[in-house]
Design a binder for this molecule. Structure first.
Ligand code: GDP
Ligand code: MG
Length: 729
C-alpha cells in the first residue's frame, strides 16, 4: 500500500473551491456565488487518484491572520503541512487572486495552480498566458473549468507528479534592497540558531525567507518565538522610516507592485475599457436609495411565487391527488381489504399519512422557494444584499456579515447558525447565532402557508411579511442586545468583494435544492413520522378509570396534556389545548405544528382543507375562539420562539456553553412571547374597545421594550471617543 497523501485546496472566497472539491471528490457540498459559504474544513478522497485526500479550507484573501478563516487556513498549512496545495485562482479576477498565491508559494509547500473559470475567460475573448505564469512562479499551472469539469484529470496528473517529485526552485518576492538586506541578516541569525524555537516543529519545515518576512511584518504568529535583538529592531525601524511605512504594508505593497507588473504580461483583455454588465447592474441594485426597495420587491415576488402561485398549484395537486386519493384512500382500502384491525388502519391513515402527508403536501412550495433562493444566490444577487444590508445593519450595531447566516437560515436554521462562525467579533457572532432563527426556515413554511390561506384568504402580501418580520426581529434584537454589556462594541468592518453576476448553473441549483429537499424528506421519514404516531396515539387513547382505552378526543391524553399547559398561552389568545400541543410539538420539528393540526382535526381525505378558509371555521369551531388576531398571534409566536431542538443543538455548538444557550433560548422565547402578547392584546383592545388587566400588562411590556430599544447606549460615549480618535489618527 502506498502512503496516503494529503492535499489542501486553498483559494479566495468564490473562486470555485467547492465546485472543484465536488468535481474531485464526487461530494456534493453547497456551492454559492458569494464568499463565506464554506465554513468548516471538509475532507474527501480524490476520485481520479489513488488514495489522495483533499481538504477544502475556508476561502481567504491572504495568509495574514486577520480573520478567523485566515487563521484556520494558515494554522492548517503550518501545523498539518499537507503534501501539496492546489491553489485555485479565479482567472477572471487574476490580480487579487494571485496575492494569496505568492504567500502560499513562500511557504515552500509544493503548489499546483488551478487556473479556474477558463470558460468565462474564453467567452470574453481574453487571453491568459498560463505558461508564462508557470515560469514566473516556478510552479505548474493547469487551466480548468471546475463548473464544466474541464481538464480535471490533467490537474490530478500534474498534482500527483508535484507530490512525488516537487520542483525545487522556490518563488521569491522581489523586495526593496533595504528590506532584502534586513531579511538576509535575520535568515543568517536563524541559521546560526539564534532563535532556538524556530528549529522546532512546526517551524522547522518552513523556508527561512518566509520566517524572516514574518519577522519583518512583526507577525503575531512569531511573537513568542522570535525575540529580535535591539539592533535588529533599530535596523527594522530605520528601514520603515526610510520607506515611510510599517513592515507589513511595505511587504504587501511590494506584492501588489509585483503582481501589477506580471499581470500585464500574462493577461490581455479583449475590450479593456468596456464597462462590464456587472457594473451596470450594480449601479442600480446597490444604489443608495433604490437598493432596499428593490430587495424588498424581490423577496415579495419570491415568497409570493412560492407560497401563493406556482407552489400552491403544485401543492393542490400533491394534496388532492397524491396524498388524499392515492396514499390515504389507497392504503385504507388496501389495509381493510386484507382484514387489518381497525386501529392499525387508523394509525396508518389518520396518524401517519395525515401527519406526514400534511408536511409532504407543502413540499412543492418549499421546492419553489428553494429554487428561487438558489437562483438568487448563485447569480450573485444575494452577495449584493449582504453589502446593501450592511449599510442598514451598521446603524444598529450589526454587520452585513450577519445577513449571510440569516439567508442560509431561510432554508434551515441549523446551517444558518453554523454559518455565524465566520463572524470575527465574538459578541457579533453570538448575537447572530441567537437571532438567526427568527428568520422563517422552510419548516415554518407550512405554518405560514396555513395561516396565509386559512385566515388571510391567501393575501399576496402575507407570506413575504413573515420574512420581513424575521429581519425586523433580528435588527430589533441587535439594537437591544448591543446596549447590554454582554454584546457591546462596534461591529467589525465588513469587507466583501462582490462577485460577478453569473448565469446560475443548473447543476448548482439542482444540487442546492436537492440537498435541502433531501434533508427535509429525511426529517419527514424520521422525526415527523415518529411524532405523527405519538400524536395519533395520544389523541386516540385516554385514561378511562379502568385503563387505557379509545376515548373521545377531548378526553384523550393529548387533550389532558394540552389543557394542563394551555394557561401559558391564554394571554396570547390561543390558550386552547390544540394550539398548545401544536406549539410544543414544534420544538421537535417546526413541521410538527401542522402535523399536529392535521391529526387532531382528523383531516380525512383532503389535507388541503387545512389551508383554506374552511379550516379556519373548523379551528374556530373546535377551539371556540380563533379569530384573525388569534391566528396571527399564534403564527408570530411559533415563528419567533425557541427553534427546534436541532437548531438549539447548533446554537449550543456555536455558543460553546450551556449558559449561553439557555440565555439564547430564553431570549428568543421571551421576545416571541412579548411580541405576540403586545400584538394580541392591543389588537383585541382596538377591535373590541374593552380594556382588561392584560391590556394593561401588554402596555407595560411594550413600554419596557421601547425603553430597551431607545435608551441611550451606555457604551456610546466610549465608542464615540474611540471613533473620533480613529478619525484623527
Ligand atoms: P467557493 O466559494 O470558492 O467555494 O466557490 P464555489 O465553488 O461556491 O463557486 C462560486 C461560484 O462560481 C458558483 O456560482 C459556481 O457555480 C461558479 N463557478 C465555479 N467554477 C466555475 C467555472 O469554472 N466556470 C464558471 N463559469 N463558474 C464557476
Ligand atoms: Mg465554498
Amino acid at each position: 500500500m502506498t502512503k496516503m497523501h494529503r492535499v489542501a485546496l486553498v483559494g479566495n472566497p468564490n473562486s470555485g473551491k467547492t465546485t472543484l472539491f465536488n468535481a474531485l471528490t464526487g461530494a456534493s457540498q453547497h456551492v454559492g456565488n458569494w464568499p463565506g459559504v464554506t465554513v468548516e474544513k471538509k475532507e474527501g478522497k480524490i476520485r481520479q487518484s489513488h488514495g489522495t485526500m483533499l481538504v477544502d479550507l475556508p476561502g481567504i484573501y491572504s495568509l495574514s491572520p486577520y480573520t478567523q478563516e485566515e487563521r484556520i487556513a494558515r494554522d492548517y498549512l503550518i501545523s498539518q503541512r499537507p503534501d501539496a496545495v492546489i491553489n485555485i485562482i479565479d482567472v477572471s479576477n487574476l490580480e487579487r487572486n494571485l496575492y494569496l498565491t505568492t504567500q502560499i508559494l513562500e511557504m515552500g509547500i509544493p503548489v499546483v495552480i488551478a487556473a479556474n473559470m477558463m470558460d468565462l475567460v474564453e467567452k470574453r475573448g481574453d487571453r491568459f498566458d498560463a505558461a508564462k505564469l508557470s515560469k514566473i512562479f516556478a510552479c505548474p499551472v493547469v487551466e480548468i473549468s471546475a463548473l464544466q469539469e474541464k481538464n480535471i484529470d490533467q490537474l490530478v496528473k500534474v498534482l500527483e507528479r508535484q507530490i512525488l517529485k516537487p520542483n525545487k526552485s522556490v518563488f521569491s518576492l522581489p523586495l526593496p534592497p533595504e528590506v532584502d538586506h534586513w531579511l538576509s541578516k535575520i535568515e543568517e541569525d536563524i541559521k546560526q540558531g539564534c532563535f532556538q524555537a524556530l528549529g522546532e516543529a512546526p517551524y522547522r519545515t518552513l523556508p527561512l525567507r518566509w520566517l524572516s518576512i514574518k519577522a519583518f511584518e512583526q507577525d503575531s504568529l512569531l511573537e513568542d518565538v522570535v525575540d529580535l535583538t535591539k539592533e535588529d529592531m533599530n535596523l527594522l525601524q530605520e528601514v520603515e522610516d526610510l520607506l515611510d511605512d510599517d513592515g507589513q504594508s511595505i511587504i504587501s505593497s511590494a506584492r501588489y507592485d509585483f503582481l501589477a507588473d506580471i499581470f500585464k504580461q500574462i493577461y490581455v483583455k479583449k475590450e479593456p475599457d468596456k464597462i462590464s454588465i456587472t457594473d451596470k447592474i450594480d449601479k442600480i441594485v446597490t444604489h443608495r436609495f433604490l437598493a432596499l426597495p428593490i430587495f424588498i420587491a424581490v423577496m415579495f415576488v419570491v415568497y409570493f411565487i412560492s407560497i401563493s402561485t406556482i407552489g400552491t398549484l403544485m401543492t393542490d395537486f400533491v394534496n388532492d391527488v397524491v396524498v388524499a386519493e392515492w396514499a390515504q384512500e389507497g392504503s385504507r382500502k388496501l389495509l381493510e381489504s386484507i382484514g387489518t384491525s381497525s386501529w392499525l388502519v387508523s394509525l396508518v391513515s389518520d396518524g401517519i399519512i395525515a401527519g406526514v402527508g400534511a408536511v409532504i403536501g407543502f413540499l412543492p412550495q418549499m421546492a419553489t422557494l428553494f429554487i428561487l433562493l438558489a437562483l438568487l444566490e448563485q447569480c450573485g444577487y444575494m452577495a449584493r444584499i449582504a453589502f446593501v444590508l450592511d449599510r442598514v445593519f451598521r446603524k444598529f450595531g450589526l454587520s452585513g456579515k450577519s445577513f449571510i447566516p440569516m439567508l442560509i437560515g431561510t432554508g434551515c436554521s441549523v446551517p444558518g447558525i453554523m454559518a455565524s462562525r465566520t463572524i470575527e467579533h465574538e459578541s457579533d457572532r453570538r448575537m447572530t447565532a441567537i437571532s438567526c432563527s427568527f428568520m422563517p426556515c422552510s419548516a415554518k413554511l407550512p405554518i405560514i402557508a396555513f395561516v396565509a390561506g386559512a385566515i388571510f384568504k391567501g393575501a399576496w402580501w402575507f407570506a413575504p411579511l413573515t420574512y420581513f418580520m424575521g429581519i425586523f426581529s433580528v435588527i430589533l434584537s441587535g439594537i437591544i442586545l448591543k446596549k447590554t454589556k454582554r454584546f457591546s462594541g462596534d461591529p467589525a468592518p465588513f469587507i466583501m468583494e462582490l462577485p460577478e453576476y453569473r448565469l446560475p448553473s443548473i447543476k448548482g441549483v439542482v444540487q442546492s435544492v436537492g440537498e435541502r429537499l433531501a434533508s427535509f424528506i429525511k426529517k419527514a421519514g424520521t422525526i415527523i413520522l415518529l411524532s405523527s404516531m405519538a400524536i395519533w396515539f395520544l389523541q386516540t387513547y385516554g385514561w378511562t378509570g379502568q385503563g387505557i382505552a379509545e376515548v373521545e378526543i377531548n378526553q384523550s391524553f393529548l387533550a389532558k396534556i394540552g389543557n394542563t399547559l394551555a394557561w401559558l398561552f391564554i394571554p396570547l389568545g390561543f390558550g386552547d389545548w390544540q394550539s398548545t400541543v401544536a406549539t410544543f410539538t414544534g420544538l421537535l420539528a417546526k413541521e410538527n405544528v401542522m402535523t399536529t393540526f392535521a391529526i387532531i382535526f382528523g383531516v380525512q381525505g383532503d389535507i388541503l382543507d387545512l389551508i383554506d378558509e374552511s379550516a379556519w371555521s373548523t379551528l374556530s369551531a373546535v377551539t371556540g375562539h380563533y379569530t384573525v388576531i388569534t391566528g396571527f398571534s399564534f403564527l408570530a409566536f411559533n415563528l419567533l420562539c425557541a427553534p427546534c431542538f436541532a437548531a438549539i443543538g447548533a446554537m449550543h455548538r456555536e455558543l460553546g456553553s450551556a449558559s449561553w444557550t439557555l440565555f439564547g433560548v430564553f431570549y428568543q422565547t421571551l421576545y416571541a412571547y412579548s411580541f405576540s402578547l403586545i400584538f394580541y392584546q392591543l389588537a383585541s383592545f382596538v377591535s373590541s374597545g374593552v380594556f382588561t388587566l392584560w391590556t394593561g400588562v401588554a402596555i407595560v411590556v411594550l413600554l419596557v421594550w421601547l425603553f430597551l430599544i431607545f435608551r441611550p447606549d451606555p457604551d456610546k460615549k466610549l465608542s464615540g471617543i474611540r471613533s473620533q480618535a480613529a478619525l484623527e489618527s
